[in-house]
Design a protein around this ligand. Structure first.
Ligand code: VG1
Ligand code: CO
Length: 544
């Protein structure tokens, strides 16, 4: 065995954020930077000897180089097998699927999700545990603690593995198995959805759809599933070739960044259904003909219609949403007589609830929806879920959403992001709001009266672990909310997120333009937090 032990010194900035460690590519290219973090992961695991690991990424720049390093380090650390995606590619949901299906110890996912890629873009790495989900906070904290004291890492001197060829090779005693990136995931989708019915919809001649993979990881998955298996035909997937720099784009499926798709779906010959996914395939945006479905509504609608889908025909055990996500899902849960959980932002908090069968569906306002079929959010799964509902209800997306509002009421919802704010100024803003909180209760802003305000903290109902400081909520007596939070995924400065939500049960008031409907709340947020002054920006950089 050619195990080499390399001396290293710790980096002080390897604290995982909302979803793993994300930094610029150049940061990861610093000597020993990636290696230190990977060894910190391995050191935090109880035992890697004799275990199997999954490795794959979203195909961004540095994915291949990082994969080769990780394979050699896995061999040196005692793993006996690594299942690695063909060409180093596995979408985040596919990685979760493979970890679960083959009961591996865990997996390493190389992704910075929707952050831009390329030599001047971002890179990221995260560890998922044996249930297929992101490592919970106690694990990420252990990794971080280790990274601060690490003094050496282990790696094998060996040739690079050919990631372009499927099948098994070896690095010393460890088997490297290059697996088809799509097959296991596609099989799982077939077990959940009525593929025959969706195929009839797509081939019946009346229904047109367009999937935008944004030159990111879902290209091969979407082509395999929608174009080939379901008969959508060549061309129903656009931007379907994964590129190391995502074609220079920002693979974030929202109305701002998925402009190619938005142009088509709001154009003259708009198809009936459109969807986009992000860099690593875990996010989704759903559009109808000239119609946008908010992610929070999407979660609620999937929940309300779940019985139409074979994999969920037996009903849901519960629903979970992240705190800033709108309360539309809570209304569905109430009607179904099931529990609805409110968790901090980030998918890692859903894992325990799903493992304990307390929830079946989960979602976030940030274009993330998923279920207990894996332990990550899942973009193409959401697309299939919608198609299954459309195929069985034979109505348009807009009709389904509007009917939903009639029954449950409408939760107007929007998120305003202020990106690349000076970190100190962002902290000052949050501290100011925090300081103002004791005087807010009962305070009136026009017709809105503050009912409560707090800094959200969460006690996991399964293991009792507590996560504090998860964002400031200001709730009003009519159920409206304003939430302030700082992003945990950015790589430059701070990003302030302002989340706005109001509710109307009155059908006559359900067709107001979203920003207009939320205008009062935007003004109240400005009054409470002095966003303009504190950020130095007179408007948000992105509105979703
Ligand atoms: C953002 C979203 C959060 C999501 C996270 C990871 O985190 O708000 O809902 O879980 O990204 O998604 P933050 O801390 O920047 O608000 V992904 O698709 O970037 O892995
Ligand atoms: Co993502």
């Amino acid at each position: 065995m050619n195990i080499r032990t390399i001396t290293t010194v710790p980096f002080s900035d390897q604290k995982p954020g909302t979803s793993g460690l994300r930094k610029s590519v150049t940061a990861f290219q610093k000597p020993h930077y990636l290696e230190n973090f990977v060894q910190s992961i391995f050191d935090s695991l109880e035992n890697c000897q004799g275990e199997t690991l999954v490795v794959g990424g979203d195909g961004r720049y540095y994915n291949r180089q990082a994969t080769q390093i990780i394979l050699k380090m896995a061999a040196a650390n005692g793993f006996v097998r690594v299942k690695v995606g063909h060409r180093g590619i596995l979408s985040t949901p596919a990685a979760s699927c493979v970890i679960r299906k083959y009961k591996t110890l865990g997996g390493i996912i190389l992704s910075a999700s929707h952050n831009p890629g390329g030599p001047n873009g971002d890179f990221g790495i995260k560890y998922n545990i044996s249930n297929g989900g992101p490592a919970p906070e106690k694990v990420t904290e252990a990794i971080y603690a280790r990274s601060k004291v690490i003094d050496s890492y282990k790696i094998i001197e060996a040739n690079d593995v050919n990631l372009d060829k499927l099948g098994e090779t070896k690095i010393d005693n460890m088997v490297v198995e290059v697996i088809d990136s799509v097959q296991d995931y596609q099989d799982l989708m077939e077990s959940l959805f009525d593929f025959d019915r969706i195929q009839q919809l797509l081939t019946g001649g009346k229904f047109k759809m367009c999937i935008d993979s944004m030159h990111a990881v879902t290209g091969p998955y979407a082509k395999g599933i929608f174009e080939q298996r379901l008969g959508g035909g060549v061309g129903c997937v656009q931007n379907g070739v994964p590129l190391e720099d995502f074609g220079g784009g920002h693979p974030d499926p929202n109305l701002v960044y998925a402009h190619d798709l938005v142009e088509i779906m709001f154009g003259e010959y708009a198809p009936d259904f459109g969807a986009a996914s992000d860099g690593d395939g875990d996010r989704n945006m759903i559009l109808g003909n000239k119609f946008f479905v908010t992610p929070s509504d999407s979660l609620a609608i999937l929940a309300a219609n779940a019985r139409l889908v074979p994999g969920y025909a037996q009903g849901l055990s519960g629903i979970a949403r992240s705190m800033p996500t709108s309360q539309a899902a809570d209304r569905v849960a109430a009607k179904l007589g099931i529990d609805c959980y409110e968790t901090p932002t980030g998918w890692k908090f859903f894992g325990n609830l799903m493992d304990a069968d307390k929830v079946t569906l989960c979602g976030e306002e940030s274009f993330g929806t998923g279920s207990n079929h894996i332990r990550e959010k899942d973009g193409l799964w959401a697309v299939l879920f919608w198609l299954n509902i459309l195929a069985s209800r034979q109505q348009s997306v807009e009709e389904i959403v509007k009917e939903h509002w009639q029954i449950y009421g409408r939760n107007y919802y929007s998120r305003h992001d202020y990106e690349e704010v000076d970190s100190q100024r962002a902290n000052t803003l949050v501290n100011n709001v925090q300081a103002a909180m004791p005087n807010l209760k009962g305070k009136k802003f026009g017709s809105y009266e503050v009912e409560y305000s707090d800094n959200f903290s969460y006690t996991d109902p399964v293991d009792g672990s507590v996560s504090t400081n998860q964002g400031i909520r200001i709730g009003f007596t009519d159920g409206s909310r304003i939430v302030f939070r700082l992003s945990g995924t950015g790589t430059q400065g701070a990003t302030l997120r302002l989340y706005l939500e109001s509710f109307t049960g009155d059908v006559a008031k359900q067709n107001v333009e979203t920003q207009e409907a939320l205008g009062d709340l935007v003004r109240i947020a400005e009054e409470i937090a002095q966003i303009r002054e504190n950020t130095g920006m007179d408007k948000p950089t992105v509105i979703t």
